[in-house]
Design a protein around this ligand. Structure first.
Ligand SMILES: Nc1ncnc2c1ncn2[C@@H]1O[C@H](COP(=O)(O)OP(=O)(O)OP(=O)(O)O)[C@@H](O)[C@H]1O
Length: 737
């Protein structure tokens, strides 16, 4: 039965009041659960005072679990219950942010991720999953303010009231506050299929702008951590987005779902100690991102390091033994070949090889005639004392940053590049590495590659090994570590320090775990092969969720990138090892109004003629404004953009994004904080209530994938879009079908 007319309001109020009673009961119980969690936390701290080592470990685990729980319970306090299902053969079920049970373990609210909640998202009139009526409860804090019903089996609905007036569509039109929100109460069926897809292998999600790819990927993380906590909670979940602006935009979603344990990183800050601050030019991006950089970097790591000596001289029994540069180079090459390029780890091998070569040379030049009967180990013991300093300079322990900076020398870069690059490219690439203070996004992937080629530096053992041949005058010349002749108690102490260090390293940011159980990659269409290699190293055993829209790709050579992606995900290679892959497509655009989507579709038709646009569902009655300023200068266009912003400030309440071509000045405007100026690459994945696009003609032509980048720009707005162009032709392109 559908309530109509003035009665509608009263019926609805009565229904809301009834739901409120039910919700209040859940909140009372939630409060008790929070008290329990706090008691557990305190219990944990009391155990700490008891003080034995094993109780400390128990304490840590207990406090950790209890604080996670307390956090999740706090988060659930806002809009705890958001759904109700009336079923054919079961009492009504309530769906909420977390599961709530009575003291006797009867279910009051089921967690949205639990199997029983699936029907809330999946049921349709064609496939009702025994649901008669689905009801969404909209709340503010503890108060239910609106309800919206869907009747799935009208023939069975006797006695059920049906109310609602399109609150879902209305919720899509809400004002944006600058950061993304969770969508638990309104997840759509096709989105739910992705969120609950099998945990094995790889899930690939494609869809146009605004189809909820990012939202869905984040909810999938919450789902996986809830259903497979042991598996994914232990090894960790990594979420990677394109840039720091984007990670700041999405960082509140998981905490709002009670999930604080996933690691969120941008492509620019995946490598500890190297934060990217800029994008390279399209040409340099293409060079640095290409898979052939692997070869170049391997050669750079195995080359003679800058400043390394060209001559080793030792004197034994009056015999002068020399190893010159060609001999030294040969030794270096052999050691690298045997150690497969992990240069830092190979220092001990290098020391051994030098010793062998010195001895061979000593014999070769007749040393045994001058010092008859001398044994190799005597010669070696003597020679070692003389070559400690040489070894540190000739085989230095290097950092990735030093190696990359060393390629600012065009000769060195030319040697490393071999035939992979043209001379002009070498010059431009070399000067890009001369930046002293800032790395580019692509540089970060190169640093990571170098890190894997260098391997870990030899680790100090903190144990005295008097018999270690490389301990000279109390210093281990391989690791650089000082070793005193410690008393046994000291040895004991040093070992426990070591244990402590290892334990601490787990939550030390600089040494964070690099092999995750699950990796989520957002905006994956933009990744270069080198970036895929960087991600692959963080998920060697991982399952993956990859989210992308090829039509928004800024990366030119999608094919090479696809191969690198398959290698990272373990979906390439022979059939036996191939991990299963589940592909999904999202088809509804929840962000743009129909009017804004129409402009985006016109750009898409030029950028990727064969692509199918997603379907926008919300009409606003406001067409996009495409304003033409023939022959306007950059300054004049920026001035007009500012005027457009001032107009928009009166039209929308939330955020306004001014999207500029790459390299345009992002000048200071005297405008409220809700206005942001950014370049097109920074706009990836973001959304604003209103967007102002400046110079589509320049965005479209300033890189080979410019049209696709423009497609990103025009699909950011939820309510209003203004475009400023100097070109009549672009005016026509954007306004006429
Ligand atoms: N089921 C839903 N209920 C309510 N809002 C939704 C739903 N799905 C998506 N949205 C909203 O639509 C907007 C776009 O979602 P999202 O940013 O995840 O899209 P996307 O596919 O990642 O877009 P892009 O490709 O442009 O990065 C967000 O504001 C999101 O909250």
């Amino acid at each position: 039965m559908s309530a109509t007319g003035t009665a509608n309001g009263q019926v609805k109020d009565a229904e809301i009041a009834a739901e409120q009673e039910r919700v209040d009961v859940a909140y009372v119980r939630l409060e008790e659960m929070r008290e329990d969690a706090h008691r557990m936390l305190q219990e944990g701290f009391r155990t700490a005072q008891a003080g034995t080592k094993s109780s400390l470990v128990d304490r840590d685990a207990m406090v950790y679990q209890a604080s996670l729980r307390a956090e999740a319970l706090n988060v659930a306090d806002d809009g705890l219950v958001f759904g109700r299902l009336d079923l054919t053969a079961h009492a009504p079920l309530y769906v909420g942010r977390i599961g709530v049970r009575t003291k006797d373990h009867d279910s009051l609210v089921i967690d949205w991720r639990a199997p029983a909640a699936e029907a809330f998202y999946r049921a349709t009139p064609e496939d009702p999953h025994s649901v008669i009526r689905r009801r969404v409860l909209h709340s503010r804090g503890h108060r239910v303010i609106d309800i919206e019903d869907d009747l799935l089996q009208p023939s069975l609905s006797d006695g059920l009231t049906v109310v609602g007036d399109g609150a879902f569509l209305a919720s899509l039109a809400r004002t944006r506050e600058g950061s993304m929100r969770d969508i638990v109460s309104t997840i759509q069926r096709e989105q739910d299929m992705v969120i609950r897809a099998p945990a094995d292998g790889t899930v690939i999600v494609r869809g146009g702008p605004g189809t909820g790819k990012t939202a869905v990927a984040l909810h999938r993380v919450a789902y996986l951590l809830f259903r497979h906590r042991r598996r994914f909670g232990g090894r960790g979940v990594l979420i990677v987005g394109p840039n720091a602006r984007f990670t700041a935009y999405i960082e509140r979603v998981l905490p709002s779902l009670g999930e604080g344990s996933a690691v969120l990183r941008s492509l620019g800050d995946l490598v500890p100690g190297a934060a990217a601050t800029r994008h390279d030019s399209p040409e340099l991006t293409r060079i640095k991102g290409a898979g052939s950089m692997t070869r170049l970097l391997r050669r750079a790591v195995t080359d003679h390091p800058p400043g390394a000596p060209d001559l080793l001289t030792v004197v034994h029994a009056g015999v002068v033994v020399r190893l010159d540069r060609p001999r030294l180079d040969k030794i270096r090459n052999q050691v690298h070949q045997r150690s497969q390029g992990t240069a830092n780890t190979a220092r001990r091998k290098a020391a051994d090889a030098l010793m062998d070569a010195l001895w061979d040379r000593f014999v070769e030049i007749g040393g045994l005639v001058d010092a008859p009967g001398i044994k190799k180990h005597e010669f070696v013991a003597n020679a070692r004392d003389q070559f400690g300093g040489f070894l540190t300079a000739w085989w230095p322990i290097r950092t990735p940053a030093e190696v990359l900076r060393s390629l600012a020398d065009p000769d060195r870069l030319g040697r490393a590049a071999g035939r992979d690059l043209k001379p002009a490219q070498i010059g431009r690439l070399a000067s890009s590495f001369a930046h002293e203070t800032d790395w580019s996004y692509q540089d970060v992937a190169l640093l990571d590659e170098i890190d894997s080629l260098l391997g870990k530096p030899p680790r100090p053992t903190r144990q005295v090994r008097e018999d270690d041949p490389y301990v000279i005058d109390g210093v281990n010349i391989i690791t650089g570590e000082e070793v005193a002749d410690w008393e046994p108690e000291m040895r004991e102490l040093s070992m426990s320090i070591d244990r402590y260090d290892r334990a601490r390293r787990v939550d030390d940011e600089a040494e964070e775990a690099t092999d995750y159980g699950h990796v989520v990659v957002d905006e994956a269409q933009d990744l270069s092969p080198m970036q895929w290699r960087m991600l692959g190293r963080r998920g060697r055993q991982a399952t993956w969720t990859v989210v992308e829209d090829p039509a928004q790709s800024a990366w030119e050579d999608l094919n090479s990138s696809r191969q690198a992606m398959a290698a990272a995900l373990g979906t390439a290679g022979n059939r036996k090892n191939v991990r299963p892959q589940h592909a999904f497509e999202l088809t509804t655009n929840y962000r743009n109004t129909v009017e804004i989507a129409a402009v985006a579709t016109r750009v898409l038709a030029r950028a990727v003629p064969e692509a199918r646009p997603a379907r926008a569902v919300r009409t606003s009655g406001h067409d996009a404004a495409v304003l033409t300023f023939p022959d306007a200068s950059q300054a004049a266009l920026l001035h007009s953009a500012r005027d457009a912003v001032i107009d928009l400030l009166g039209q929308v309440e939330g955020t306004i994004g001014v999207i500029l071509p790459l390299g345009w000045p992002q000048e200071e405007w005297d405008v409220p904080d809700r206005v942001q100026l950014l370049d097109v690459l920074e706009a990836k994945g973001l959304e604003f209530d209103a967007a102002v696009i400046v110079s589509p003609e320049e965005i479209a032509t300033q890189s080979p994938m410019g049209l696709r980048t423009l497609y990103v720009a025009v699909s950011r707005a939820t309510q209003r879009l203004t475009v400023l162009t100097t070109s009549k032709e672009w005016h026509t392109t954007l306004t006429e079908d």
